[in-house]
Design a protein. Structure first.
Lengths: 427, 622
């Protein structure tokens, strides 16, 4: 139970950061959805009123999370994971479709998005599996099972379609890296992305020639004693070329036009400025508008409720995925930097907390929490400020949405509960 | 490595984000203003343009309401097109075409469907407008002219173009600005200041209320009304007399420099440049390159002044002391320059100053002119002195009146002749034509009128101007209220004025006397040439006349220049007498002169050079 010692030991600094982010989020949701007729924040028919209700529900959930025994989460992780998978699978039968994605259950007063809660279940299950005394991450078989834990929910959400959430499950791979998976995988993944992007930008010939040149340079300046395994090197090079060639095929034949346009815009592939502008106005409309809104905020911003672009609804989905643009317009560089700093500090704080866990399960779960929060923050902010292509996932704690706020709150506070409990492992 | 990998990535991403944000919000933000924000639309509240009155408070220019029928395509509900078109007085095809065009422009924003309905059409339409959803009537203000005269001096207004917008950021596209005349010169006073309302827009560009409850909004400031120095009656009468003639007339009040009338012929009804037909009419006027009605001859034409210039040469000679008013010169029906004889029409005999002016004797003034130059050891010095005297009468440079266009005219100086003949390669005999106002001298009608005013004032003038009052307050601009003195002493004017009065009493204009008004004047007959198929061809002389009246305490001074009107006392002289009588007496007793001027035109003269056939000049037939 919530003993006095537990309250003392809980990491109040993280809770403070959490509270700040939620308050900033609510303030900006209020600003981007309020209208002159009704300004009471308790108007539950309004978006900001609903968000206030979600905050209250989340606080209740947090109290329950903290009240439960810490060992509950470890013990019941498999069950929670199973429930998550069933609820994701159930969407195919009972799901409610909103804006083209079948990601919700209709609970009458409230639409629940199970993928938000499945993130908690998956993080718990992965931590549980990796911390098992039987598991050795250096073994291929165990690596495979660990991957499977991530991939099952990921593949369940892809057809909804919700590629953003799928990406979040993939992000849990950081946990496996932390626990000993060779970083070569990470290197390979980054190299693959690099080849993909450069092929799109410069074409296979240039990519092939430059990688060949790099290899030749490496051969020339290597130590005399270093032996180069000829056959693996050549076959590696061949694979790269084949992959690079396949990029064009995938891009032109597998991707749909809207995907192609997103890449065209992101990498400035379209050389004709007129067509680029056209893409910017259509497929890139959201990003274009949110960039303009942020830009118009300047250093100090226009002030609370003074954002003209926010008021004019220029940025679509501004209260949910694009909430950061409201921060940018109304609070300026000061506001956006504050949010970025709050996230950075919170994430680093969580890394610190994770690393001090004696119980491997707690540590691994902690890394799961960090990975999930980080990937949301990275993709969302990157998209809103125009550095990454459009992928629709919410900004944790700030974006409007009951399921996501509830999901992130539970996710974080389970870890804070585990952390508070780190000294009495025997309980 | 494994322990710090994630922390490292978190830090790098944080720094990257802050970098990108500072690029967006600090470097790219720069100094954008409220007007750059596409979410805020300034809506202008236009004040009424100031009225323009004549010197007696008679209205010249006011405003009239025009009504545009506007449409917001999205809000249009099915309607009885036929009935609506009947009300709008347009046919159905045109209506459908216009509606389609408006829809293409924007389905959500208003477009003009039918511009500038008349008051009558508006009346009948207004009652039924409710029936047609998506349409409404927007009031606009246009200029209204309470006269058919004065187009050249009043000027007109038109929409600002791109150049105006670049030059003056206070204008927005679609606004009106003065283009010529008073409308341009006093644009800022007449225009007033527009009010601005900032309207917050949503992403469909629809209004969603005032921006920040209107704290940045400003109220419009009314345009001020201007009372001009023009005399509406005189201006209208002068233009009537100019019927069928080309040329310029300028009438001044010598005691103040106020411009009483500024007439250019041919002219046009100023109302032509208002409303629906504006651009059609303007094109027609602008491309009439032969009659050139948009070219204000009263201030832009710069022919040789002809004989009226003799009066100035006489004054300079008296001032320089090279002769007295009694000095006589014998005229041999002409005079000799070297071995060539130049003609004179005065009848020959002994001439002194008064009779020289009265009869316009060429020989007398050639001799006078030579004497001025012979006083100085070199022609260069003589030239400098002569030029200084002439320029003190406002010749050879812009006068400084308050209208936006003008010409300098020309008082040739030594530099001019050095260029033409070479240094030290010319003498007074080369430039003797200037003695009689031919040759290289050139003046605009307003300069001639000003010169006449200076003579009438016996030695000084006020810079001519058209502004009299702004919002009923007399102007106090030193430039227009302080006299400018000529270099000629007052005492030298009497003999010259005597001669000019004699022009009426017994000289070249004796047939033009007006009962009870003593007028001083000087005729001018100006030889002029053109090129027809590359051959220098002489055309019928220009008719020039300057006059002021009454001789004592002058009320009006004027200069009249009629292209190809033959000798001075014909067209120019007639018109001068009529205008003086009209202005001083208010009615015309010389109805014979009036009838002749109203009926006669010079169109046959103007057609001659374009006829392609040989023609005679200076025909005596009226």
């Amino acid at each position: 139970m919530l003993g006095r010692t537990a309250i003392k030991r809980i990491d109040w600094f993280s809770i403070l950061l959490y509270a700040l982010l939620v308050v900033i989020g609510f303030t900006n949701i209020y600003s981007s959805t309020f209208s002159e007729e009704s300004t009471s924040i308790f108007n539950f028919s309004k978006i900001y009123g609903k968000q206030l209700m979600f905050i209250i529900i989340s606080i209740v959930a947090i109290i329950i999370v903290l009240a439960l025994e810490a060992s509950f989460y470890e013990r019941f992780s498999s069950i929670l994971y199973s429930i998550s998978l069933v609820s994701l699978a159930g969407l195919f039968v009972f799901g409610k479709t909103v804006a083209g994605a079948t990601s919700w259950y209709n609970l009458g007063f409230f639409s629940l998005q199970p993928s938000e809660l499945a993130k908690v279940g998956t993080a718990l299950a992965l931590a549980k599996y990796l911390s098992d005394i039987q598991t050795d991450i250096k073994r291929k078989k165990d690596q495979f099972y660990a991957f499977l834990i991530l991939l099952i929910p990921a593949f369940l959400v892809i057809p909804q379609p919700d590629p953003g959430s799928a990406l979040v499950f993939f992000a849990l791979i950081f946990v496996i890296f932390r626990e000993g998976l060779s970083l070569i995988y990470l290197g390979l993944a980054l190299f693959t992305i690099l080849v993909f992007v450069t092929t799109l930008m410069f074409g296979t010939t240039w990519v092939g020639v430059s990688i060949g040149l790099l290899m030749a340079l490496f051969y020339l300046f290597k130590k005399k004693t270093t032996k180069i395994p000829i056959i693996p090197t050549i076959s590696f090079y061949a694979i790269v070329i084949v992959f690079s060639l396949s990029v064009n095929f995938v891009f032109n034949s597998v991707f749909e036009q809207r995907h192609r346009d997103r890449f065209s815009l992101w990498l400035r592939l379209e050389k004709d400025p007129k067509k680029l502008e056209e893409i910017r106005k259509t497929i890139g409309y959201n990003t274009d508008q949110s960039e303009k809104a942020i830009e118009s905020g300047g250093f100090l911003g226009k002030g609370f409720l003074e954002g003209t672009r926010t008021k004019g609804d220029f940025v679509p989905e501004q209260h949910s995925d694009y909430i950061f643009s409201t921060v940018g317009e109304e609070w300026g560089f000061i506001g956006t930097t504050t949010v970025v700093l709050l996230f950075t500090i919170l994430l680093l704080r969580l890394v610190f907390l994770a690393e001090r866990q004696k119980n491997p399960f707690s540590r691994m779960y902690g890394y799961g929490v960090i990975s999930i929060l980080f990937i949301h923050y990275f993709i969302n902010v990157g998209m809103v400020i125009g550095m990454l292509p459009t992928i629709g996932i919410p900004l944790p704690f700030l974006s409007y949405g009951g399921s996501s706020l509830l999901g992130f709150s539970i996710l974080l506070f389970i870890f804070l509960k585990l952390d508070a409990n780190r000294l009495n492992e025997w309980n | 490595m494994k322990k710090i990998l994630l922390s490292l990535i978190i830090l790098i991403i944080g720094i990257t984000f802050i970098g990108r944000l500072s690029y967006l919000q600090i470097f790219r933000f720069s100094s954008t203003t409220i007007l750059d924000d596409t979410a805020i639309k300034p809506v202008y509240d236009y004040p009424e343009r100031g009225y323009i009155y004549d010197r007696n408070g008679k209205l010249l220019v006011a405003n009239q309401a025009a009504y545009d029928v506007m449409v917001i395509p999205r809000e249009v509900k099915p309607l009885d097109t036929l009935e609506f078109c009947k009300l709008l007085k347009i046919d159905k095809e045109k209506f459908i075409k216009k509606l389609k065009k408006a829809r293409i422009y924007s389905p959500r924003l208003p477009s003009v469907l039918v511009p500038q309905l008349s008051k009558e059409d508006y009346g009948s339409l207004q009652e039924k407008m409710r029936k047609y959803e998506g349409f409404y009537i927007q009031k606009r203000s246009l200029r209204y002219y309470d006269t058919k005269s004065g187009a050249n001096v009043l000027g007109y207004i038109s929409e600002v173009n791109e150049r105006d917008l670049r030059k003056n950021p206070n204008y927005a596209a679609g606004e009106l600005t003065g283009r010529t005349g008073i409308e341009k010169q006093y644009e800022e006073i007449l225009r007033g200041r527009k009010g601005i309302k900032y309207i917050q827009k949503d992403r469909f560009n629809r209004d969603i209320g005032p921006y920040k409850d209107g704290i940045y909004d400003t109220l419009p400031e009314q345009g001020k009304e201007i009372t001009t120095t023009l005399d509406k009656t005189l201006q209208e009468y002068g233009e009537k007399l100019m019927h069928g003639k080309r040329g310029g007339i300028v009438a001044l009040e010598p005691s103040s420099g106020e411009i009483l009338a500024l007439i250019s012929g041919p002219t046009y009804d100023p109302s032509l440049l208002v409303g629906r037909e504006r651009s059609k009419n303007y094109t027609k006027l602008y491309y009439d390159s032969i009659a050139n009605p948009t070219w204000d001859r009263s201030i832009l034409a710069q022919p040789s002044p002809g004989s009226p210039f003799k009066t100035l040469n006489a004054l300079v000679a008296l001032q320089e002391g090279v002769l007295s008013k009694e000095t006589t010169v014998r005229c041999y029906n002409g005079f000799y320059v070297g071995k060539t004889k130049r003609g004179c029409h005065c009848g020959g005999g002994l001439r002194n100053m008064t009779s020289g002016i009265q009869k316009s004797c060429n020989a007398y003034f050639a001799s006078t002119f030579r004497k001025i130059y012979d006083k100085y050891p070199t022609t260069d010095e003589g030239m400098d002195v002569w030029e200084k005297h002439m320029k003190s009468f406002g010749l050879g440079n812009f006068l400084g009146y308050d209208l936006p266009t003008g010409s300098k005219g020309r008082i040739p100086n030594k530099a001019y002749y050095d260029r033409a003949y070479g240094d030290n390669r010319w003498a007074s005999s080369f430039i003797i034509s200037n003695s009689i106002g031919q040759g290289e001298v050139a003046t605009t009608p307003i300069q001639l009128a000003n010169m006449t005013a200076a003579i009438a004032n016996r030695g000084y003038y006020y810079t001519p101007h058209v502004i009299k009052k702004i919002e009923n307050k007399e102007i106090s601009i030193p430039k227009y209220t302080k006299p400018k003195y000529t270099t000629i002493d007052k005492k030298h004017f009497e003999p010259v004025i005597q001669g000019m009065a004699d022009v009426y009493r017994k000289g070249t204009a004796r047939g033009l006397q007006v009962k009870d008004i003593e007028i001083a004047g000087k005729t001018g007959t100006v030889e002029n040439f053109t090129r027809i198929d590359g051959v220098r061809t002489q055309l019928t002389d220009h008719s020039v006349f300057v006059a002021f009246a009454p001789v004592e305490n002058p009320k009006i001074a004027l200069a009249i220049y009629i292209e190809h009107g033959y000798y001075g006392s014909r067209y120019a002289g007639h018109i001068a007498s009529l205008l003086i009588e009209k202005y001083i007496k208010g009615k015309i007793t010389r109805t014979d002169l009036e009838k002749r001027m109203l009926e006669k035109t010079l169109e046959h003269e103007y057609a001659k050079p374009y006829s392609g056939e040989p023609f005679k000049i200076n025909e005596y037939a009226w």
